[in-house]
Every structure is written in structure tokens, then in C-alpha cells.
Design a protein around this ligand. Sequence first.
Ligand code: GLU
Length: 520
Amino acid sequence: MPNNREVRTRFAPSPTGFLHVGGARTALFNYLYAKAQGGKFLLRIEDTDQSRSTEESFKTILESLEWLGIEWDEGPSVGGPFGPYVQSERLSIYREYTEKLISEGKAYRCFCTQEELEAKKKQSEAMGIPYVYDGLHANMSEAEVQEKLKAGVPYSVRFKTPSKTLIFDDIIQGKVKFETKLIGDFIIVKSDGFPSYNYAVVVDDGLMRISHVIRGVGHLSNTPRQILIYEALGFPVPEFAHASEIVGMDGKKLSKRAGATSILAFRDLGYLPETFVNYMALLGWTSSDGQEYLRGETLKSIFDVHRCSKSPSTFDVFKKPKGGEEEVATNFSSLEQIAEAMNPKSKLNWLSNKYIRELPIAQITEALVPFLTDRTDIPKEHKDPRNPELASIVDSVRVYLDNLRQAPDYVAEFFVSDIKIAGEEAEEVLKQETAASVIREFYRLLSESLPQNDEDYKTLMTQAGEATGQKGKTLYMPIRVATTGKAHGLELPILFPLLGKEKLLKRIEKTVLQSGISLN
Ligand code: GLU
């Protein structure tokens, strides 16, 4: 590729489903590389598979990109000088190039029926050799062709593959060598008149002056066919960069459910778009100084596709799949199910916590408010991001959050006014023989000290344990019920500093009254 070419990259999704992590990473790498090089990033919709493309998928792909902040310079809704940017609106353009290829003898009509082709495939299989189309119609006379056309015989158009050794240098995968005779003459226009993927992609990338094609390694095997078409059409061949495979925690191909999960699920789970962008940028790429916490603006200036690695990158967001057939075969059916499958110690959570801690409090409060909407235990005026009290509550709890969806439980704790012992399990805890002495001791120690942080509270609990000879459940469960009324909830050393000594003492006084325990 001539060095003076403007960097123009593109993301070319087929609207046949959600935008998932594989696709989103491809979009991101293209976007970041174009931005870092001062170039342009395009969005093109590849909807030539009419039976699988849907309007709904088109919309969610756009919504997902918008959520991630991946903005296209040219494409649907923004237009541009090389439009239209939706393949089904470009059929006349492909037709024009097909005619040209046919008239130059670089492509030909193939009138083979489906049955004939099936029979040829079966024959190859029986002989144990890979199937390659035999070029039966490559040299039909013009008269013969015209006769079939007149008779309305359906046809596809095949590319006349020149036989040669093709070598190209992939930016990520390195040198690739390919014998084109293994491909045979392949279909570029299907019998329904729609172009095949390999053909339309080249016409478009050529006309749209794409300089770098960055995509998943799964497309590496398509590249030789595409290079042959570039050469036949006389378009400059772009640089190729095939990004490494994304694997799960077990080192294997992402399970169907993990691989197909919509990017928007992470929005609904309370991850900030900037966090997810940062996380995805690290799937197969590393910065030159090894830094991992990289804000969007930084990524847009330092990302370089030449630093991508060809070894698989681990998507550690989900726990290692158990491998049950059912689990691998079905998609997640609810947000809860996704949350359940997530790995609490993922790099995503590490980054997410860091973003939640470090971004301006106003921004975090604003992003968090939608997660409070359904909570009846949080007053309405505290669901307003402009409420300074809400901001200060958020500021004191944010250090504990891996995502914003976890926030309501913390925020709600500040509004518990009338503490009650709730549920049989909680009542049972207080009936234990040793519960009263533990609570009494904890209350006494607390009233006599000035704990400041989680460590101080941990120490108090340990001391109460030593004084009463209790540890583990018989120690912390009575304290939990006495301070929260419930048998389950936030971790006590996290909760206690948030509530503070005075509130805690009052809570204990109320719960012991309800349970008939005396504090003296
Ligand atoms: N429409 C193709 C896909 O979604 C695009 C592949 C490419 O980037 O060339 O996989």
C-alpha cells in the first residue's frame, strides 16, 4: 500500500444478531486506529444475506456502537461521499462491476443446478479429496450463454481464479502463503442476484478507499479470495490485520452464550461504556508501557494495530464454563443469569471499580440514578442526581462497587429508619444461646471506642468474639441481625463505616427490644 494513503478503516457488520464482544472489539480496533492516525472510520452494513438480516439487529448494532461512543465519520445516518453505506442499496454498483468482470473474461455465468453441484461435492467426498468447482461453464460460447439466458435458466456468477501462489503480509498474523488452485472458481453473485460476501466486501472497500481492513482472525481464510478480486478490479489492495481469537477462561473458543451476549447487557449490568471500551482494547493489544487503565482519549491517541498480538486473548468476564451441554448450547435468558455467570475477579471488574472510584462524582451519580428507579426503599428526592446528599452517599459507597447495578443496596442502607427483624432465619439467629452475649459485648465495645474504618470494625468484632468465645457464624450472624435486622446483606466491615457508630448503636437498641435481649 502506498504510504501516502489516508488511513480509512471500517466496521462492516452483518445485521443478523446482537453486537457481541467479538464484533464490538473489531469495531473498536478500527475506530481507535483511524483516530490515532488522524484518519476516518466508516460503518457499513452488510445485509446481502436477506434471509438472516433484520431491521431490529441493525438498530441494536447502532445503539451498541453509540453506547460505546464509537462514532463513525461516514455511514448510515451520517452519510458521506462514498454512500450508500448499506449493501442492499448498492446492488446496481455490484452489477456494474460484475458486467465488467464478465466482459473482461475474469468472471463467467455458471448454470449448474444445485443438484449437479451437490453431486460433484459428493463425488469429491467419496474420493477423499477437497471439493473444488471444476470450471465446467468457464469456456461456454457466447451463443450458448445467450441461449440459456433467453430460456431463463437460473445462474450464478463465478470468479475465474488465476492459479498462483499468493503471499500477503498480515499486520498481526505475519506472512501468509496460499495456493489459489485450492479455491477453484468461486461464486461472486448468487443465483438470487445478490453478491456474495467476498465480492461485495471488495467492491465496497475498494470504492470506499479503505486503507486497512482490521477484523477477526476467522476472516483470514477469506483474504486470498478478496485479494484476487482486488487485483481483478484494479483496486489497490489494503493492508490486512486479523485480530487474535477471543477465548474464555478455559482457554477455549467462547461458549455460545458468552460469545453471543449483547454488548448492551453490560450497559444494563451497570458497566460504564468507557470501562468496557478500555477492557476491550486490551483484548489482543497492549500499550507500549504495559499500562492497562487507559481512558478513551488516551486510547484514541496511542492505539496501534501493529502492537496487536497473534496469541488468543482471554475474555475473563465469565467464569470458566462448567461444560454442561445445556449451558454451552443456550443463550442467557435474563440479566440475572448473566450476572450469575460472571467472574467477580475479572479484569473488567477491576477496571470498572477503578473508573467508578476515579471519575468525577457528578458523572458517577448521574450514571447510577437509573439503577435506583425501581427501589421503593429509597426516597424519591434521592433519585435525583442533583441532590447533593445522594452525591455524598454515592461518594462514600463507590469504592465498593464493581458495577452500578450493585449500588442500590448500598444506597438503600442509608434510608433504613425503622429497623425490624425480618424473616425466620433472622429470628432463629437471635434465639441461639450465645447470641445475646455476643450482641451485648459488641454493643459495649462499640460504645467505648471510636472506630473509623473497616479495619477498626473488624477488630471490634474479633474482640467481641474473643470475649465470648465465639467465631465464624455464631459471631457475625448475631451482629448482622442486630445491626441490619436481616440474615443476609452487605459485608459488615463495609456497611459499618458507612453507617457510623451512632446509627449502629441505635439500630442495636431497637433490634434487641424486639427480640427481648437485654443489653445489660
Ligand atoms: N460482514 C462481515 C462480518 O460481519 C464483515 C467481515 C469483514 O470485515 O470483512 O463478518
